[in-house]
Design a protein around this ligand. Structure first.
Ligand code: SAM
Length: 255
């Protein structure tokens, strides 16, 4: 399982400067039905916190981003009463702005740290504890192949008994024609989000430019079937896809 493939993982240098400053706009361009997905994750967390009677859930949000209005960390703080969220991200700039926004608004309910999940020393002392929930939205497709399985096992080990892992990541079919269809739909979505004055006349040229820019982030695409299998192999008792839209899947995994 350690030799799952040779993809080195995402490019951590991608997540700085304009990408941080224009995060909301970028997400508006690339993330179809993002808010619906974030609401679903909040519903899932609330469902299990009430089922298990957890009064003040402790949550680690991996790849938390900048804490803007449409990020998972912000949705959890807003929608999961009495929750405590630790956000972790490899980008110092992301954590810097997340802290200024979320600590400003939610005080001690949010704390943020810089750490890289592609580094085997990811679990720095400040985050190395057990949580009721581990969450991640649109980040784990930046894991390297080498780290995928070990990191899923580490996630399992950092959950309380009855802990829940709720993850939504980008994925792509392993079947080439279907994968190309998903890729096409993804780019069409961004094209259609642009206001007419910003939309180039030629879609083919736009697609070529999109693919060039996109390659800078270096996404490690896998199918959701591969993800489900790996999460099961990491030890989770029940694992299933609970929602799926084109290249994004939300998976719930119970310890
Ligand atoms: C698309 S953003 C998602 C942000 C946020 N979760 C949200 O709900 O919008 C991906 C985030 O993953 C972070 N990231 C990428 N590679 C990472 C790594 N190796 N370790 C930790 N975070 C990483 C990026 O810095 C970025 O903030």
């Amino acid at each position: 399982m350690d030799d799952y493939g040779s993809h080195p993982g995402g490019n951590p240098q991608y997540w700085m400067d304009n990408i941080v400053r224009e995060y909301e706009y970028q997400q508006h361009l690339v993330s179809e039905e993002k808010e619906e997905s974030l609401y679903s994750i909040v519903r899932i967390i609330n469902y299990f916190r009430y089922l298990y009677g957890i009064s003040a859930p402790r949550i680690l949000d991996i790849g938390c981003g900048p804490g803007t209005a449409t990020t998972l960390a912000k949705f959890i703080l807003e929608g999961v009463p009495d929750s405590y969220v630790t956000g972790v991200d490899s980008s110092e700039q992301m954590i810097g702005v997340a802290k200024s926004r979320l600590v400003g608004e939610y005080g001690q309910r949010f704390i943020g740290y810089v750490s890289d999940f592609n580094n085997q020393n990811f679990w720095i002392p400040e985050i190395n504890r057990r949580y009721d929930f581990l969450t991640s939205f649109a980040a784990l497709h930046y894991l390297s192949d080498n780290r995928m399985f070990p990191f899923l096992k580490e996630i399992y080990n950092h959950l309380e008994t009855n802990g829940v892992f709720v993850v939504s990541m980008g994925n792509r079919s392993a079947l080439p024609k279907i994968a190309e269809m998903e890729n096409q739909f993804r780019i069409e979505f961004t094209f259609n989000q642009l206001t007419p004055d910003r939309r180039p006349p030629d879609f083919r040229q736009f697609k070529a430019n999109f693919e060039e820019t996109d390659s800078k982030a270096n996404i490690n695409w896998h199918s959701y079937r591969e993800w489900v299998e790996l999460i099961e192999d990491a030890g989770f008792r029940e694992v299933d896809v609970v929602s799926h839209l084109w290249i994004r899947t939300t998976i719930v995994a119970l310890k």
